[in-house]
Design a protein around this ligand. Structure first.
Ligand code: E4P
Length: 217
C-alpha cells in the first residue's frame, strides 16, 4: 500500500520524505488556503520534495477551464498529477488528459458508480472520501470495498486512493480491503508507528542496557 501525505505543509512533507516511507502527496484548495502561500509556489516546492505523484487540483468548473489550468500545473514538475472533481466536466477533462498520458486523480468520489465512471475516464487515481461519508452516518469503508470489487471485476487499473482518512483504523481497514493508496494527514502517518507497548518496552530495554555500562562502538 502506498502512503501519500494529505497536506500543503512543506516542512511536514520534507520530514516525512526523509523517512523513505512517503510515496506521494495530495493537496486540495482548502489545504492550500490553510498554508497561506501561493498555490503555484507550494506545488512546485512539494514536487521537488518527493519523486512520487503530487496531486494539484484545478478550480475551474468547466472542462475547457480545467484543461487550461492543467497546462499551467503540469509545468510545475514531472510528477504532477492533475486533480479533477468528480463531475461530468471533470470526467471529460480526465479522459482528455489520460488520453494524452497525463496523470490524473478524480476527487470527491462518494459512490461506487462515480468510481466506475472515473475508471472509464482513464483516471490514474480515484479518491473516495471515507471520513466525510462516516461524518454523515454512512460507512465510508464499504465504499472502498465496493470499488475494489468493481475494479477487480473489470481489471481496471485506476488506483483506489483512500482519502479523507482520519484515523489509523481507516488505514488498517483500507489495507485489509486492498486499497492501493491511503492519503493521510501527517499526524495519522506518524500515529501508525506508535504503540504504547513499544514505548514501554523500549524504555525497559534502555534501562536494563544502562545497567550493563556498555556501549556499542
Ligand atoms: C484528498 O485528496 C483530500 O484532500 C482529503 O483527503 C480530504 O480530507 P478531509 O475530508 O479530512 O478534508
Amino acid at each position: 500500500m502506498k502512503f501519500f501525505a494529505d497536506t500543503a505543509d512543506t516542512a511536514d512533507i520534507a520530514s516525512l520524505a526523509a523517512t523513505g516511507l512517503l510515496d506521494g502527496v495530495t493537496t486540495n484548495p482548502s489545504l492550500i488556503a490553510k498554508s497561506g502561500r501561493n498555490f503555484l509556489d507550494v506545488i512546485r516546492e512539494i514536487a521537488a520534495l518527493t519523486p512520487g505523484p503530487v496531486s494539484a487540483e484545478v478550480v475551474a468548473t468547466d472542462t475547457t477551464g480545467m484543461l487550461r489550468e492543467a497546462e499551467v500545473l503540469k509545468k510545475l514538475g514531472s510528477n504532477i498529477c492533475i486533480k479533477l472533481p468528480l463531475t461530468l466536466a471533470g470526467l471529460t477533462a480526465c479522459k482528455a488528459l489520460s488520453d494524452e498520458g497525463t496523470m490524473t486523480n478524480v476527487t470527491l468520489c462518494f459512490s461506487a458508480n462515480q468510481a466506475l465512471l472515473a475508471a472509464k475516464a482513464g483516471a490514474s487515481f480515484v479518491s473516495p472520501f471515507v471520513g466525510r461519508l462516516d461524518d454523515i452516518g454512512q460507512e465510508g469503508m464499504q465504499l472502498i470495498a465496493d470499488i475494489r470489487t468493481i475494479y477487480d471485476n473489470y481489471a481496471f487499473d485506476t488506483e483506489i486512493l483512500v482519502a479523507s482518512v482520519r484515523t489509523p483504523t481507516h488505514v488498517l481497514e483500507a489495507a485489509k480491503i486492498g486499497a492501493d493508496v491511503a492519503t493521510m494527514p501527517p499526524s495519522v502517518i506518524r500515529a501508525l508507528a506508535h504503540h504504547p507497548l513499544t514505548d514501554k518496552g523500549l524504555a525497559a530495554f534502555l534501562d536494563d542496557w544502562a545497567k550493563t555500562g556498555q556501549t556499542i562502538a
